[in-house]
Design a protein. Structure first.
Length: 209
DNA sequence: ATACCGATTAACT
DNA sequence: GTTAATCGGTATA
């Protein structure tokens, strides 16, 4: 199957949890600072706009940092966490609806040598591109790229026909959002179940997670 | 202006 | 399991 860059019809949907689910198995690509890198998305979290206590846009909050969340789906929302980590989100939903999906993990695909330099890693271990800060760093995504259109040629996401069945996906509450009260319990985190994925990898086509 | 803290990670013990 | 790192956003005054 030919790789198709995801577009408006995908990003402007408002079922953000389902969208976060569907991003699993898609390929995130970046061409930043003169280097092309890509990876298969293995973990995401949905943040449901103004009604979600865990969202930066909860209650309709609109600041210099979060205003990009109100753009039409298909742009990057990148913010600094703990003063160190650049966390990358995909803005989704119609213009005015501040949904977002946090990228929490990738499986390195292309430009791995560049990723290793960015990560200052000698080997590709368990924590190489797992976790939102690590995944962003491997891809070279920084806060300066917030607002970048995913329809452009710097950061984009492709469907390369990688199918990840529901059985291979673990659905859990989100990480690190205890402050969100009851919303901290929502099943908005999607992560590839590695033990199942290995089974599939051996018994099925090599391009299935 | 000042204070507090986070959608985290790596390096410790 | 514990903790330092490090700074912009947000609330409070």
């Amino acid at each position: 199957m030919e790789a198709i860059k995801l577009g408006t019809d995908f990003y402007e949907r408002e079922d953000v949890a389902q969208l976060a689910r569907e991003l699993i198995g898609k390929v995130i690509c970046t061409a930043l600072d003169g280097h092309y890198t890509s990876g298969i998305i293995t973990e995401t979290e949905a943040y449901a706009g103004i009604i979600d206590k865990a969202s930066h846009a909860y209650g309709g909050r609109r600041t210099a940092r979060t205003k990009i969340m109100y753009a039409a789906g298909g742009v990057a929302y990148v913010y600094l966490c703990y003063g160190i980590h650049h966390l990358f989100n995909v803005v989704t939903g119609r213009s005015g609806v501040p949904h977002a999906v946090l990228l929490r993990g990738i499986e390195p695909l292309e430009g791995v040598d560049v990723m290793m330099i960015r990560r200052k890693a000698r080997t590709i271990g368990k924590t190489f591109s797992k976790g939102p800060g690590s995944a962003s760093q491997a891809l070279g995504i920084q806060t300066r790229y917030t607002g970048t259109s995913l329809a452009g040629n710097r950061i984009w996401i492709e469907d390369r026909g990688i199918a990840v069945p529901d059985k291979s996906i673990l659905v859990t509450p989100r990480i690190g959002v205890d402050y969100a009260g009851e919303d901290a319990l929502l099943p908005y985190r999607f992560v590839v179940n590695l033990s199942l994925s290995r089974t599939l990898h051996h018994s099925s086509s090599p391009h299935h997670l």
